[in-house]
Design a protein around this ligand. Structure first.
Ligand code: HAM
Length: 401
C-alpha cells in the first residue's frame, strides 16, 4: 500500500469541516478590514526565497523542497507565502498603483522539518499582507485583526512583540553584538554559524547555556534609532488604547530575514512545543529588494493546522432533504422530485431501494431535516411522502406541485 509521505497528511471528512469553518469565518473577518483574496503558484524559482527569506535562515538553508525541473530551472515548493505575494505584487506592477493595498491568501506550504506534534512538512497558512502604509497604526490594525480572528475561535494566546530596527539602527547594533559574541566563549556551533551569517539569530537559540551567556549582551530594544523607537511607541500606545495585552520579548527575532521594525508572534499554551499559532511583522525593504518601487509592508500568517487543533466546529442543526425510493418503479419520479427540490434546498439522493425505516435512519445519519420517499402508493397517487425529522410530523405533497 502506498502511504502519504512523512510529515504530510490527508484531511478527510468530517475533519475537514474545521478547515472550511476556519476559512469561511476568517475570510469574513479580514474582508471587513479591506483585504482581498489573491493566489500565487506553489512552485517558485528557488532564487526568490534565497533573496527574501534569506540563505542564512533554516527555512532556506535546511528545509526547502528544492529540485531542478525538466527545463533545468532551479525551483522549490514554497516554504511560506509572503515572498511569492511580493514577487507577484512587483510583477503585476501593483507597486506603481500607490495607496494601501491589502491582500489575503491561504494554501499549502512546505518545509522539510523534523515532523512532530504541530509541525508538518506540508502545512497550511492563512496569510494577510498590507502594502503601502508605513504608519505604525497599520501595524496595530493588523494585530487587532489577528486578535479578532483568534478571539472568534476562542484561542488562548499571548502576544509577543519586538522591534527589529531598520537599516539605520540594525547594522551598528549588529557590530556591537558581534563584538560581544567574539569576546564571550562557550556559544554552541549553531550560534557561531549564526554570528557569521545573521548574528541577531543567536537570540533565537534554544540552548539554555547560550541563553545564559546572552544575558549581558547588547539588546535590540535598547538600540533602536529615534524613528524605530517612536514607531514602536506609537504601536504600543495604540495597542494599550485598544486593551490588547502583550509581552515585550527582546529575543523574538523571527526565522525569516526580510523583517524590519515590528515583529510579533501569537503563542498559545494549549499547543505544546510548537506553540506559535501565528507570526508576522513589517518588511519595509522587501518590495525594493525584489526589484519593486520602495513600498512599506506588513503582514502575518496563521498556521492553520495548529489553530484547528484548538477549535471545535459548532454542531450544525439539521438541514435540507433526504430523498429515497421504496420501490424500483419510483426511482425516476424521485429523481425528478429531488432535482426540483434542489432549486431551493440542499438535497441528498439515495438510489438504493430500501424500507421506510432504513431511509429514515439514513436521513437521520445524513443530518437531514426532511426525509422524502416515494413508494408504489405514492407513485399511483402522484405524491411525495415527507417527514419533518425535527417537528416529527408527516405530510403528503403533490408531485410536480
Ligand atoms: P512563520 O512564522 O514562518 O511566518 O510561519 C507562520 C506560522 O505558520 C507559524 O506561526 C506556525 O503557526 C505555522 N507553521 C510554520 N511552520 C510550520 C510547520 N512546519 N508545521 C505546521 N505549521 C507551521 C511566515 O511564514 C511569514 N510568511 C509570515 C508573514 C506574513 N510575515 C509577514 N507576512
Amino acid at each position: 500500500m502506498i502511504r502519504a509521505l512523512k510529515g504530510m497528511k490527508d484531511t478527510l471528512y468530517p475533519e475537514n469541516k474545521k478547515f472550511e469553518y476556519f476559512i469561511k469565518n476568517t475570510t469574513d473577518i479580514v474582508k471587513k478590514y479591506g483585504f482581498e483574496f489573491i493566489q500565487t503558484p506553489i512552485l517558485e524559482e528557488t532564487a526568490l526565497f534565497k533573496r527574501s527569506v534569506g540563505e542564512s535562515s533554516d527555512i532556506v538553508g535546511k528545509e526547502m523542497y528544492q529540485f531542478i525541473d525538466k527545463g533545468k530551472n532551479d525551483v522549490c515548493l514554497r516554504p511560506e507565502g509572503t515572498a511569492g505575494i511580493v514577487r507577484s505584487f512587483v510583477e503585476a506592477k501593483m507597486d506603481r498603483q500607490g495607496g494601501i493595498q491589502r491582500y489575503f491568501y491561504y494554501g499549502p506550504m512546505f518545509r522539510y522539518e523534523r515532523p512532530q506534534k504541530g509541525r508538518f512538512r506540508q502545512f497550511h497558512q492563512f496569510g494577510c499582507e498590507s502594502f503601502g502604509e508605513s504608519n505604525p497604526l497599520e501595524d496595530a490594525n493588523i494585530i487587532l485583526m489577528l486578535k479578532e480572528i483568534l478571539d472568534f475561535f476562542s484561542i488562548n494566546y499571548t502576544l509577543e512583540l519586538n522591534s527589529l530596527g531598520c537599516p539605520t539602527c540594525l547594522p551598528p547594533f549588529r557590530e556591537k553584538l558581534v563584538s560581544f559574541l567574539d569576546e564571550t566563549e562557550g556559544f554552541c556551533d549553531d550560534c557561531l554559524r549564526r554570528k557569521e551569517s545573521n548574528p541577531i539569530r543567536v537570540f533565537d537559540c534554544k540552548n539554555p547555556h547560550c541563553q545564559e551567556l546572552l544575558k549581558p549582551s547588547p539588546r535590540l530594544n535598547t538600540s533602536l534609532c529615534a524613528e524605530c523607537q517612536s514607531d514602536f511607541d506609537t504601536l504600543l500606545k495604540a495597542l494599550d488604547a485598544n486593551k490588547v495585552n502583550y509581552t515585550l520579548n527582546p529575543n523574538l527575532v523571527r526565522g525569516l530575514d526580510y523583517y524590519s521594525k515590528t515583529a510579533f508572534e501569537f503563542v498559545s499554551t494549549d499547543l505544546g512545543a510548537q506553540n506559535a499559532v501565528a507570526g508576522g511583522g513589517r518588511y519595509d525593504k522587501l518590495v525594493e529588494f525584489l526589484d519593486g518601487r520602495p513600498t512599506p509592508a506588513i503582514g502575518f500568517a496563521i498556521g492553520i493546522e495548529r489553530l484547528l487543533d484548538m477549535i471545535e466546529v459548532p454542531e450544525v442543526s439539521r438541514g435540507g432533504y433526504y430523498f429515497g425510493a421504496l420501490c424500483q418503479e419510483a426511482k425516476e419520479a424521485l429523481f425528478a422530485a429531488a432535482n426540483k427540490q434542489r432549486q431551493n434546498d440542499k438535497v441528498i439522493q439515495n438510489y438504493e431501494v430500501k424500507s421506510l425505516k432504513a431511509h429514515l435512519k439514513a436521513a437521520d445519519k445524513a443530518n437531514a431535516r426532511y426525509c422524502a420517499v416515494i413508494g408504489e402508493d405514492e407513485l399511483a397517487k402522484k405524491i411525495l411522502w415527507v417527514k419533518d425529522l425535527v417537528e416529527k410530523n408527516e405530510e403528503m405533497r403533490e408531485l410536480g406541485a
